[in-house]
Design a binder for this molecule. Structure first.
Ligand SMILES: Cc1cc2nc3c(=O)[nH]c(=O)nc-3n(C[C@H](O)[C@H](O)[C@H](O)COP(=O)(O)OP(=O)(O)OC[C@H]3O[C@@H](n4cnc5c(N)ncnc54)[C@H](O)[C@@H]3O)c2cc1C
Length: 421
């Protein structure tokens, strides 16, 4: 992680902890303690968790480089459940302690401080219910509805805390909570207004090169400044076909990049968005946001090698790693296991050429399901702890590889994964 990224992550961790430390100090303080009730404490923890969700999903580059898309998504889900649980605990304790009882939940009989809280809680629950619709609606549509609901919940929660004001009179809590609110606002404004307004990430599609079957490589040349910082091997970008920041966007790996900023994305037509990207005429502008992701090998160590496992188009970040390592004459041992449909051999000629420039052994499944025998064939003897393991592809393949590697003694911490689905 870069120095700047580390500073971002540390700063954010401190900001998130500040209100909670202040809460503990307030409870312990006889003078200030009476301003803190169980209801306000639960609500404050819920609000801090919501701020953490904003940081996780707002593409703060230091965080995306540190955590990667997999851990960010997993954390987002878990923190979302925890935020909902604390919010419900906040509502229950508030109702239990209020002389009005459940009547305080009638939005037509209460003032704005409570109206905003009721609306935030209702939308939070709707947001959680919308997610399982992923199985019946398209991923991109569900993700956008979820994001809009998330922003509304956040704004209403901010208004609720502001209008209620009972915590804000306690300076121990009011000051750190205001700092946290300001940082969340800065993150949101930067993500949704400043970066899109600056027109960053405009790229001209210069060619679409067929690879194999329904997969082609899209070549993008920067129409303005190139990605900053330059991508590391294995990272990805979010692609939009329209400039509007709320337009649909999907993630694609930077399979190759040049010093001048040209990007190559190898895309399989899997639905409306990927198909639409491949159908674009040369000369069209698209918008990319990145680079993001932590599917990046650590720099050369004397004895550590790499085991790379890919399913289908999940070979893209692995191609990016192999191309970069060949260009840098990386001396490490590379073992590649490719799970492909029968008759499909994406990048076959180039992988053969790379195996002459790198210490690279390749095993193809040839349409068979990944099994322990195949994994054993590519694993180095004794599964040395210094090896790094990278798995990318559809979720069932990634799950099978993690299970198989675990049963062969590979520690979970040594495996980096990216699920395309
Ligand atoms: C970090 C990352 C890098 C990726 N890199 C590549 C790549 O280099 N080449 C490539 O062909 N594909 C890549 N994908 C997968 C690609 O994003 C999806 O195939 C694409 O978004 C499908 O959208 P669609 O509208 O064409 O199809 P849809 O019909 O919407 O979806 C087809 C499948 O893709 C999944 N999907 C849709 N949107 C997303 C999303 N935002 N994130 C994750 N999965 C999604 C769906 O769950 C479904 O299984 C990558 C995914 C991730 C998470």
């Amino acid at each position: 992680m870069t120095e700047r990224g580390r500073a971002w992550a540390m700063g954010l961790a401190m900001l998130l902890l500040m209100p909670l430390v202040a809460l503990l100090l307030s409870v312990a303080s006889p003078r200030l303690g009476d301003t803190v009730t169980w209801a306000s404490a639960f609500g404050l923890v819920g609000a801090v968790l919501m701020a953490l969700i904003v940081a996780l999903v707002s593409r703060v580059r230091g965080l995306t480089r540190l955590l990667g898309v997999e851990i960010s998504n997993r954390l987002h889900r878990r923190v979302g459940v925890a935020a909902a649980a604390f919010t419900i605990a906040h509502v229950i304790t508030a109702v239990a302690h209020s002389p009005r009882g459940v009547a305080m939940l009638d939005p037509f009989a209460v003032g704005w401080p409570l109206k905003t809280g009721i609306a935030a809680t209702a939308l939070l629950l709707v947001g959680a219910v919308v997610l399982p619709l992923k199985s019946v609606r398209r991923y991109g549509q569900v993700a956008r509805v979820h994001a809009v609901l998330g922003v509304l919940v956040l704004l209403l929660t901010g208004a609720h805390v502001w209008l209620f004001g009972s915590l804000a009179v306690n300076p121990l809590i009011g000051v750190p909570a205001a700092c946290l609110g300001a940082v969340v606002l800065v993150i949101l404004v930067r993500r949704w207004i400043v970066r899109p307004a600056l027109g960053r990430g405009a790229y001209l599609l210069s060619a679409v090169r067929p690879e194999s079957g329904n997969t082609s490589t899209v070549v993008l040349a920067p129409a303005g400044p190139a990605l900053d910082p330059p991508p590391e091997p294995g990272q990805f970008v979010w692609v939009r076909l329209r400039r509007l920041p709320v337009a649909e966007e999907h993630p694609f790996t930077i399979a190759a990049s040049t010093r001048s900023g040209v990007l190559e994305l190898t895309v399989r037509d899997q639905g409306p968005f990927s198909g639409g990207l491949l159908d674009l005429e040369p000369g069209r502008t698209v918008w990319v946001d990145g680079p993001h992701g932590a599917f990046v090998p650590s720099p050369t160590t004397a004895d550590g090698g790499l085991v790379l496992i890919a399913g289908g188009v999940g070979v893209t970040p692995i191609m990016s790693i192999l191309r970069a390592h060949a260009a840098a004459s990386d001396p490490r041992a590379h073992a590649l296991l490719l799970a492909e449909r029968e008759g499909e051999a994406l990048f076959a000629a180039e992988i053969l050429a790379l195996s002459r420039r790198l210490d690279l052994s390749v095993l193809r499944t040839g349409g068979r399901r990944l099994d322990a025998g195949m994994l054993r064939a590519v694993l180095p003897a004794g599964t040395p702890p210094s090896h790094q393991y990278f798995v990318c592809g559809p979720p069932p393949l990634v799950g099978a590889a993690i299970h198989g590697l675990g049963s062969l003694g590979v520690p979970a911490g040594a495996i980096t994964t990216e699920r395309f689905g």
